[in-house]
Design a protein around this ligand. Structure first.
Ligand code: ASP
Length: 343
């Protein structure tokens, strides 16, 4: 590899982007990702050296799980010093979960990790894959005085670069499949690639990368709805070994004030289960105590997820439970931004 151009590692985990249509049968199948440079000769025009590595068996991202997150983190860890940036190709369905998880797992990250994918396979005539892939590589290659411009985990899709742990998949049909409702775009791709420097994450670049691999899956996610029954809620909280629950509440963090509901939560907190209040709204924030219908939650010790996305809330919970810290330290860490995930 030449030393003057940035080295970029493409990590293929699976998803539509790496599939081609069999013209005879119409069936989508994965192609050998090692051949990507042959399939997309445009990549050779980019001002960087590209290397590729692929999951042995690429997956549809609906099969994603924390064990695969660790695999991705380990690939980045293994190739960290030899590369200036990373582009992770991933199915769009759970991309926000994986990318959020990686943001917590890669502490003191000082290089770009850009997640991307596509709604149509790379071989499709109307594909969105080429633009997403090419611009993601360009974003990962951006340098200022030989140092990466982006130093965080982000997600590029349909002309926009977002902070990964602020994103949600909002559309299964449109090319614009993701949104970041509580944080501005990090960059926009038009005639020029416009980076919004003021919104970029500024890590302490003198600290060494720490890769956290201990994620605890003993958590649950409960979305409230009018009429949710005591039996259903109790069964979730009775789950053996349960360590934490994300409660998706209404509006600014509100919920029913019925005694049975509050009692279940109170007992769970007494048993040491962490309960996080996250709003069902795609935009805006939990403000506990703003309404009477959230004041009780505050009093019994429910943790505020503020304006975190559900996707980031899930992986932050797995990450912090895996840290084995005291309940107090847990609450403090959850309620502050560790990787820019909370305003
Ligand atoms: N089901 C696919 C996946 O998430 C969709 C996509 O690739 O965007 O892997």
């Amino acid at each position: 590899m030449s030393t003057t151009k940035p080295n970029i590692l493409l990590i293929y985990t699976g998803g539509t982007i790496g599939m081609v249509k069999d013209f005879k049968t119409g069936v989508l199948r994965a192609f050998n990702f090692k051949n990507i440079l042959k399939r997309i000769p445009e990549l050779n025009l980019l001002d960087c050296n590209i290397d590729t590595v692929s999951f042995k068996e690429p997956i549809d991202s609906s099969n994603m799980n924390p064990e695969y997150w660790v695999q991705i983190a380990e690939l980045i860890e293994k190739h960290y010093h030899d590369n200036d940036g990373f582009v992770v190709l991933h199915g769009s369905d759970t991309m926000s979960y994986t990318a959020s998880a990686l943001s917590f797992m890669l502490e003191n990250l000082a290089k770009p990790v850009v997640f991307t994918g596509s709604q149509l396979p790379i071989g499709d005539l109307r594909t969105d894959a080429k633009e997403n892939l090419i611009t993601s590589i360009q974003v990962a290659s951006l340098q200022h005085r030989k140092k990466p411009v982006i130093k965080e985990v982000c997600l590029y899709f349909e002309y926009k670069l977002y902070r990964a742990n602020r994103t949600t998949k909002i559309n299964a049909e449109h090319f614009e499949a993701f949104a970041s409702l509580n944080y501005p775009d990090l960059a926009e791709s038009g005639v020029h690639l416009k980076v919004n420097n003021e919104y970029l994450f500024k890590p302490n670049v003198n600290k060494k990368l720490v890769v956290h691999k201990n994620l605890d899956k003993n958590i649950a996610l409960v979305k409230l709805f009018p009429g949710i029954s005591e039996a259903v809620l109790q069964s979730v909280f009775n789950t053996p070994n349960l360590k934490g629950v994300i409660l998706e509440t209404y509006g600014a963090g509100n919920c029913t004030t019925e005694a049975w509901f509050i009692n279940i939560l109170k007992n769970a907190i007494k048993k040491g289960i962490h309960i996080i209040n996250v709003t069902q709204c795609s935009g805006g924030s939990v403000i506990m105590g703003h309404y009477e219908t959230s004041n009780q939650l505050k009093k019994i010790g429910v943790i505020s997820g503020k304006d975190i996305t559900t996707e980031a809330a899930v992986s932050k919970l797995m990450y912090l439970v895996g840290q084995n810290i005291s309940h107090n330290a847990f609450k403090i860490s959850y309620e502050i931004a560790l990787r820019g995930e909370i305003t």
